[in-house]
Design a protein around this ligand. Structure first.
Ligand SMILES: *Cc1c(COP(=O)(O)O)cnc(C)c1O
Length: 390
């Protein structure tokens, strides 16, 4: 009883701070049109950027592998969990990312934790962007190296921090490729130049960029034509499946395989997921239509919202944050969208700064023109009603 009383008090505090979270239940396949909490909604908040999570070719591939290899992998990679599909997928990822080698993790989260808790050692320093993803923040906390935060994508501040940290053994700059709340693309070309000038290493988390950025969707490295020391990614967003990965040199992969605890002590992802992700990478490389369709949807939504008078953050990425200002306004906006059959969440402080509460839209290649039009008309109507635009 005392245990639950204490928890009740803690939850009350969470509620008072406006940070209480609840699950919503989705009852259908991850297409844009879904049943959310029993109600039909067009979802503008999914990471399934290329619509591959419900792709029939991938599903067929997964089913075939399911029949052959069963459900779970039944062991960690270094014991009994390593199938030919895991190795084939790693080679496929390396080929896709144009790197020497790749290592699979169970998730992008665990890939970040694995790299950041292993690679930088005591006496080293991690220079981390202020808006980096939670898994980078947690990885930095687990590292024996010190962490220094620099202001979001601010190259002058980063240079200043590089000057201030010359006494450390090694310096690692760690950054998201595409930032998940602001939709900004990291100026990776400039970061690479600074890293070279100040003898630092660069770690990029390409979770939102893989399958999206660059001529062939290979990510931020391709977009800027650079090769960072370590690129981390996920198979759970544009790739449409699950799992995380690290790409880089053969030495890097060998090092992580031997030292990264989130690799060593975790059951390998199921072979069926590897087979599906393999097929997804084939699709991403060979079928440019999906990415073109995605980029088109991004462009239409971003441009039209700006033309209506909304403040839209970020560059041309699938993450489109529409600034509402106060927290209540964004919550009301989100509720009114739901009444019109659109699901797009309100993001409030402390996730974003005060006064920058927003509707965080994400768009996919699978959204039809009619769904995009309905979104835009709804934004215009609700924006006028709540006097956000004139
Ligand atoms: C989603 C995300 C992750 C986590 O990837 P999972 O495979 O879902 O664990 C890591 N970093 C960033 C920037 C992300 O957006």
């Amino acid at each position: 009883m005392r245990f639950n009383q204490w928890l009740t008090q803690r939850i009350e505090k969470t509620k008072e701070a406006g940070l209480y979270r609840e699950l919503r239940t989705l009852s259908t396949a991850p297409q844009p049109q879904r049943i959310v909490n029993g109600k039909e909604q067009v979802v503008f908040s999914s990471n399934n950027y290329l619509g591959l999570a419900h792709n029939p070719i991938l599903i067929e591939k997964a089913l075939k592998t399911l029949q052959e290899f069963g459900l779970g992998s039944s062991g960690s990679r270094l014991t009994t969990g390593n199938t030919e599909w895991h190795e084939k997928l790693e080679q496929r990822i390396a080929r896709f990312k144009k790197t020497e080698a790749a290592l699979l993790f169970s998730s992008g989260y665990l890939a970040n934790i694995g790299v950041l808790s292993t690679l930088p050692e005591k006496g080293d320093v991690l220079l981390s962007d202020q808006l980096n993803h939670a898994s980078i923040i947690d990885g930095c906390k687990l590292s024996k190296a010190e962490t220094v935060i620099y202001q979001h994508a601010d190259m002058n501040r980063l240079e200043q921090k590089l000057k201030e940290t010359q006494t450390y053994t090694r310096r690692f700059i760690v950054t998201d490729g595409v930032f998940s709340m602001d939709g900004t693309i990291v100026p990776l070309d400039q970061i690479m130049k600074l890293a070279k000038r100040y003898d630092a290493y660069v770690i990029v988390d390409d979770a939102h960029a893989t399958g999206v950025l660059g001529k062939d969707g290979r990510g931020t490295s391709e977009f800027f034509g650079v090769s960072p020391d370590v690129v981390i990614g996920t198979l759970s967003k544009a790739v449409g499946v699950e799992g995380g990965f690290v790409t880089g040199s053969k030495m890097l992969i060998d090092f992580l395989l031997n030292h990264a605890r989130t690799f060593i002590f975790q059951t390998a992802i199921p072979p069926l997921s590897c087979a599906a992700a393999y097929a997804a990478l084939d699709t991403i490389e060979n079928d440019q239509d999906k990415r073109e369709r995605l980029l088109r949807n991004i462009k239409i939504i971003k441009n039209r919202l700006e033309a209506m008078g909304f403040i839209v953050y970020g560059q041309h990425t699938p993450i489109i944050p529409v600034i509402m200002g106060e927290a209540e306004t964004s919550v009301r906006f989100s509720e009114k969208l739901q009444e019109k059959g659109i699901y797009a969440p309100a993001i409030r402080p402390p996730t974003v700064p005060n006064g920058e509460s927003r509707i965080r839209l994400t768009v996919t290649a699978a959204h039809h023109d009619s769904q995009v039009e309905h979104l835009l008309t709804s934004f215009k109507d609700i924006g006028r009603e709540l006097e956000i635009i004139s």
